[in-house]
Design a binder for this molecule. Structure first.
Ligand SMILES: C[S@@+](CC[C@H](N)C(=O)[O-])C[C@H]1O[C@@H](n2cnc3c(N)ncnc32)[C@H](O)[C@@H]1O
Length: 233
C-alpha cells in the first residue's frame, strides 16, 4: 500500500485511501477506539441538515459521514478524489436516497459558486496539501450565510492529557502499527496528527480564508475538534 508522507502529494494520498477503501470504516473505528461514532453524531447535530437544503460533504470517502445528511432530507453531495473510496461508497450506500457521489479535488472543486447551504469536511482537511486553498474553495461553493463544519483530529488543551495523547501518537500507534495488517495507516495517522495545528491556529486559518463567526468545540477532551463558521458572502 502507498503511504502518503507529510508533503501530502495528491497522488500518494489518493493511492493510500484507494488501498484502504474496503476496510476504511472498520480501520477508522479501530484507530479511534470507537470514538469516531460519537464525533460523527456531533457533526450531524452541528450541520443540522434540513429537508430541501444542499449539503457538500467534502473528502467524504465511503460516504459514512454523508449518509445522515441525506437521511435528514437534504440533497447531499459526497465528494472525494479517491476513486477507490468512491467505488466502495457508491456500492455500500446504493440504497440511500438524495445522496450522490462526485469525484473532485478539494483544491479545485467541481461546483459553481454559491451552491451549498452547508459544507462540511470530516477527517479530510488534514490530508489536503493546501489547507487555506481548500477552505477558500469551500467558501466559494457555499451560499452567503452558508455554514462550514470541519471535524478533525486535534490536541487536548489540558497539559497532562496532551502529554498522554502525544505519547500515544509517538509510541502507542507505532506499536499498534506493528501488529496491524494496515501499518501504514496507523503511521500516517500518528505523523499527520502530530503535525496538525492546534484548535486556535486552525480557527485563524479558517478566518483567513474569509469565513466569519469562527468557533470550535472540543470532542473527547480535544482529541478531536469541531470548528464552525459562516460564509459572510
Ligand atoms: C480519513 S478519510 C475521511 C472520510 C470521511 N469523511 C469520513 O469521515 O469517514 C479522508 C478522505 O479525504 C480524501 N481526500 C484527501 N485529500 C483530498 C482532496 N484533495 N480532495 C478530495 N478528497 C481528498 C481521501 O481520499 C479520503 O477519502
Amino acid at each position: 500500500m502507498t503511504r502518503a508522507s507529510l508533503d501530502k502529494q495528491p497522488a500518494d494520498v489518493a493511492a493510500m485511501f484507494d488501498g484502504t477503501a474496503e476496510r476504511y470504516d472498520l480501520l477508522n473505528t479501530l484507530m479511534t477506539g470507537g470514538q469516531d461514532r460519537r464525533w460523527r453524531r456531533a457533526v450531524v447535530k452541528a450541520v443540522d441538515a434540513r429537508p430541501g437544503e444542499r449539503i457538500l460533504d467534502l473528502a467524504a470517502g465511503t460516504g459514512t459521514s454523508s449518509v445522515p445528511f441525506a437521511e435528514a432530507g437534504a440533497d447531499t453531495v459526497a465528494c472525494d478524489f479517491s476513486l477507490g473510496m468512491l467505488r466502495v461508497g457508491t456500492r455500500r450506500q446504493a440504497g440511500v436516497r438524495r445522496l450522490g457521489f462526485v469525484a473532485g479535488d478539494a483544491l479545485r472543486l467541481p461546483f459553481a459558486d454559491d451552491s451549498f447551504d452547508a459544507v462540511t469536511i470530516s477527517f479530510g482537511l488534514r490530508n489536503v496539501a493546501d489547507t487555506g486553498r481548500a477552505l477558500r474553495e469551500l467558501r466559494r461553493v457555499a451560499k452567503p450565510g452558508g455554514r462550514l463544519l470541519v471535524c478533525e483530529v486535534s490536541h487536548p488543551p489540558n497539559a497532562l492529557l496532551a502529554f498522554g495523547h502525544k505519547a500515544h501518537l509517538r509510541y502507542g500507534l507505532p506499536l499498534l502499527a506493528r501488529v496491524s495488517s494496515n501499518p501504514d495507516s496507523y503511521t500516517y495517522l500518528a505523523e499527520s496528527t502530530l503535525a496538525w495545528p492546534e484548535q486556535a491556529t486552525l480557527a485563524r486559518r479558517i478566518q483567513a480564508a474569509g469565513w466569519d463567526a469562527v468557533r470550535w468545540r472540543d470532542l473527547t477532551f480535544g482529541v478531536a475538534a469541531l470548528h464552525h463558521a459562516v460564509n459572510p458572502g
